[in-house]
Each structure stands twice: as C-alpha cells, then as structure tokens.
Design a protein around this ligand. Structure first.
Ligand code: TTP
Ligand code: MG
Length: 376
C-alpha cells in the first residue's frame, strides 16, 4: 500500500507578499490585475484569507474584487491591498519549498508553483522487525503514524525557513491525498487511511473529483447525483454510457481508486526516453555515453512514428536527492538529423556536469531526453 502526500501552500502569492512586506501583515491582500478603481480588466490570481472574508477569490474579475473591497470599507473594515504580483519572488520561494519537499521524498512530483505530490521517505522498519517488537500488521499502522509525523516536520520546516504555511493531505494515492489537502485549509493536515477512504469521500460534492468541472457537475445533478455517495451507487456501465471511456475512470475515482504514479511525467505530444542509472554518478564519460544512446533511441522513435523533424529538445536531470531539473531549447528551424539532436542535448546537459547548473557537485540519478513540436 502506498502512502502519498499532497502539499498545497496557503494563499500562496498573497502569503509571499505578506511574508516579504511586514506592513501588509494581517491585512486583506489581493494579487492580480490592476483594479484601476474598479475599471480594471483581468482577474484575481489569489487573495489571502482576510480578503476571502470579503468574498474575493481566485479567477474573479478584478473589478468585482474592487467593489467587494469598497463595500467592506463602507462597513468600516480595512480596504484590500491590491498588488499586481512579483512572480520572480514567488518562483524563487517555490523552488526553495520544492527542495524541502524533495528532500523528504522517495518520489516527488511538482504539480504547480505551489503544490506537489510525494511519497514520503520513512525510516526503514527493519530495526523494529529484527528486534521482534512489532508485528507486521502493527508495522503498517506505524507507517501511517510515521508519515503523519513527517508531515508535521515538513510543515514546521517550511514555516521556519520560509515563514509560510501549507496544507497537507495524506492518503493511499494522489487522488485521495489531493482531496485531503483541500479538506482543511489553511495550515491543515488531514490523514485518510485506506480503510477510511470511503467514509471520507462519500459526503463530498462530486466537484472535488479532479476532472469534474461545472459541466459534468450540472449533468450529474440532472441525474440526481450531487455527492460522491450517490455517484458510487451507479453502475460502471451507466457511467460509461454517459461519459464514454472517462466513465470508467470516474467509477474508480468515486471509490477513491487511483494508480497514477508520483513522478514528473512526460508531456503529451512528445517523444522521450529516460534512464535511471544503476548508481548515482557524475562521471562525464559515462553520462555522455548514456545520453548519446538516449538521443539515438528518441531519434529512432521519431522516425518510426513517421515524424520528419522536431523543434524543441528537453532534457531532464534528476539528482541523487531527487531534485529534478528540466532545460529546453526550441530551435528557430525544424531539426531533422540525429547529429542536431545530439548537439542540442549536449548543450543543455553540459552545465549540469559542472558548476554552472550543479554547484554542489551532486551525483545524477536519472537523465531524460525528449523532443517536442514534432512535424510530420
Ligand atoms: P492555489 O493553490 O489554487 O491557491 P492559493 O494557494 O492562493 O490558495 P489556497 O490556500 O486555497 O491553496 O493556487 C496557487 C497560486 O496560483 C495562487 O497563489 C495564485 C495562482 N493562481 C492564479 O494565478 N490563478 C488562479 O485562478 C488560481 C486558482 C491560482
Ligand atoms: Mg495553494
């Protein structure tokens, strides 16, 4: 049984602003388009929890947020502070947080600027088992307690090092972990053990299921289905009849079943190969040899799949500590030869073998080569 964490920062952009501008602390903050005294176009990126009390939220027109703030002012409450955002700051903070997370992970996947999935790095149970102190059934229960403890430590590390809070969900897979992280916000920690998954999901709106948007919600409501318990009561064939292949997925999701792996997956419409080395290494001769082989494999697949050329080359480097970096370059003209792919790949990779991209001289665990913008 897997244990998966989903970590999501609280009111991320707004929280970063509060952290670096002490004069904003405790005040309602809205990050997004310029409100221009209510005439501005564009939307709210995020609002902190003080501004959410006024009804301001992500994706709302900024003009509406302005009016909600004006109404609050009339009630004698503080006006919201509108900021257009310092994206470089957010991305730097994000990188540091992702590093803290990756250090505690056996597998790690950044899902967006402020959220990630991971499989926790837990101490091996070997010692306990050897000492004969714990039966294997108990050992399992202990793993969940250990996971919870690790989550508290991660939250504490992020708070101490970055001054920010996050919400963590822990479950047997990504689906349940994601719903759990959203269950209690801000500064939440929700653990859903496998035997509790059904009770946890059943009373929730079908909207919490990733992929169920407003359209599917309205459709399901028309069928008398509002919460997951009602969805679970329907047969798989019925869901397939309504939604086609996705119905199968939905049937599983209603049961909290998901086997999607925690990994930085390749994007669609690309051809890529990756290799995890038997031993983490920084030996240039070995790495360059493997990369050439990966490029050749990728190129062969490009040809096999009937493509004539590509424009973007992406490399992925995962270090021994699971921190994963990708670098890409899009050529102005289509590239059609293996030599060209080799050249691009090397140019992107070489900085990881020296100080430019690898100042700590970390050993490499995995390398991937991928091409995109394929042309046939
Ligand atoms: P979220 O995690 O969805 O939101 P949040 O972190 O602001 O608040 P919560 O406490 O509910 O998690 O998104 C992360 C950041 O992404 C958010 O701070 C700003 C940005 N964002 C947008 O720019 N537009 C959007 O519509 C959303 C939802 C987020
Ligand atoms: Mg968030």
């Amino acid at each position: 049984m897997r244990i998966v964490f989903h970590i999501d920062m609280d009111a991320f952009f707004a929280a970063c602003e509060e952290r670096y501008n002490p004069q904003f602390r405790g005040k309602p903050i809205v990050v997004g388009a310029d409100p221009r005294s209510g005439k501005g176009r564009g939307v709210v990126s995020t609002a902190n929890y003080a501004a959410r009390k006024y009804g301001i939220k992500s994706a709302m027109p900024i003009s509406r947020a302005w009016h909600l703030s004006e109404e609050a002012k009339k009630r004698g409450e503080p006006a919201a502070i509108f900021l257009t955002g310092n994206y470089r700051l957010y991305s730097e903070i994000s990188e540091r947080i992702m590093k803290i997370l990756a250090e505690n992970a056996d597998a790690f996947e950044q899902a967006s600027v402020d959220e990630a999935y991971l499989e926790p790095k837990l101490p091996p149970p070997l010692k306990l088992r050897r000492a004969g102190k714990v039966q294997s059934s108990k050992l399992k229960a202990d793993k969940w307690a250990e996971a919870e403890e690790l989550a508290r430590k991660i939250k504490k590390d992020i708070l101490e090092q970055e001054g920010l809070t996050c919400s963590v969900g822990i479950g047997p897979n990504k689906l349940v972990a994601k719903v759990a992280s959203d269950f209690k916000k801000p500064d939440g920690l929700t653990v859903v053990r496998p035997e509790k998954v059904r009770d946890f999901l059943d009373p929730m709106s079908v909207r919490v299921i990733p992929g169920v948007g407003p359209k599917a919600e309205t459709f399901l409501r028309g069928k008398g289905i509002k919460i997951i318990r009602e969805l679970r009561a329907r047969g798989e064939s019925e869901l397939i009849e309504w939604f086609g292949k996705w119905g199968e997925e939905l049937w599983k999701k209603a049961r909290g079943i998901s086997d999607s792996p925690v990994s930085n997956e390749w994007e669609a419409k690309s051809i890529g190969e990756q290799e995890t080395f038997e031993k983490d290494t920084l030996d240039p001769a070995f790495i360059l040899d493997r990369v050439r082989s990966l490029a050749a494999q990728v190129f062969a697949r490009v040809q096999n799949d009937g493509f004539k050329s590509f424009r973007t080359v992406v490399i992925t480097v995962r270090f021994a500590d699971f921190i994963t970096k990708t670098r890409s370059h899009t050529a102005p003209k289509p590239l059609a030869a293996l030599n060209a792919l080799n050249g691009e790949t090397l140019r992107l990779l070489l900085p990881f073998l020296d100080r430019r991209e690898n100042p700590a001289h970390k050993a490499i665990r995995l390398i991937g080569v991928r091409v995109e913008k394929l042309l046939s």
